[in-house]
Design a protein around this ligand. Sequence first.
Ligand code: AHG
Ligand code: MN
Ligand code: MN
Ligand code: MN
Length: 335
Amino acid sequence: IPEHSLDRDCTTLSRHVLQQFQSFSPEAQDLSAIMSRIALAAKLISRRLSRAGLMAGVLGFTGEVNVQGESVKKMDVYANEVFISVFKQSGLVCRLASEEMENPYYIPENCPIGRYSLLYDPIDGSSNVDINLNIGSIFSIRQQQGEDLDGQASDLLQDGRQQIAAGYILYGPATILVYSLGHGVHSFILDPSLGEFILSQENIKIPEHGPVYSTNEGNFWQWEEPFREYTRYVHRHEGYTARYSGALVGDIHRILMQGGVFLYPGTVKKPEGKLRLLYETAPLAFLIDQAGGRASDGTRNLLDIVPDKLHMRTPLIIGSTEDVKLVESFIQDWK
Ligand code: AHG
Ligand code: MN
Ligand code: MN
Ligand code: MN
């Protein structure tokens, strides 16, 4: 194929979503529209990040503490609101739930017609924002399951296999969007001159095993013993390389491409770990599973976990199947 024909035949995100359905069904059109809105949110956040250091009032903390007990950054608030605003008047999404909001946000004009719910982590890797290192956004689409009787969206407390779509945006040297509708994992690169996400890789498969070992080893003495044992195993064997950026999205993107394992274990004081099931671990588990990898909380496939509350946390071991299983075997032996 001559090079110029590639330029003309570029596949945009919304076209790609439609191509994955066999027909122009209402569901195909809804999901295409939802993904276009998510892409718009990504472009708005990406644009703001690229100029953040030149503008007043964009970086730094707000002084508030969120429901997770974390100090909130101005970019967390901005990105959280961007996702809400792109779904206003869409008729698609009635409810949004995010790491940054104690309760679900209902978009009155979309309720009850909007059959979908968006669950998201607006800025993943907040500690990287002020120093211009890679950060991300994570999203998951779920469908309303029955009645939302308590007005708390508790019908969303379902296992990870109920996700209709999931993905992340990585704001790095380029802005990349990776998503799955349950038919493989596909990545897109934002072409700033077009303002469009263009298909870059289809049906991404994670290697069965890989060299990357990604965890915050500063927590070594707070971990349960099997994680320390696994770490000692890594230290004693050739072929591993440590990579940890402070943003889950970046670390997992590397592992998706190169293979390996990311771990955020629980600690003796906080056995549930840090990462949130509905906004972080379940969407990433859905993606990595679609890429042929595995995600676990140490004993269970992460996709089987049913949350007992919106902000539930889980330990996370995710990546290449062989590597995740090896970590699980250390936990098994210890029990
Ligand atoms: P968030 O910025 O959305 O709160 O998530 C940060 C997460 C994740 O991206 C990262 O892997 C991890 O927290 C880093 O935590 P530590 O600083 O404890 O290593
Ligand atoms: Mn946070
Ligand atoms: Mn996060
Ligand atoms: Mn976050």
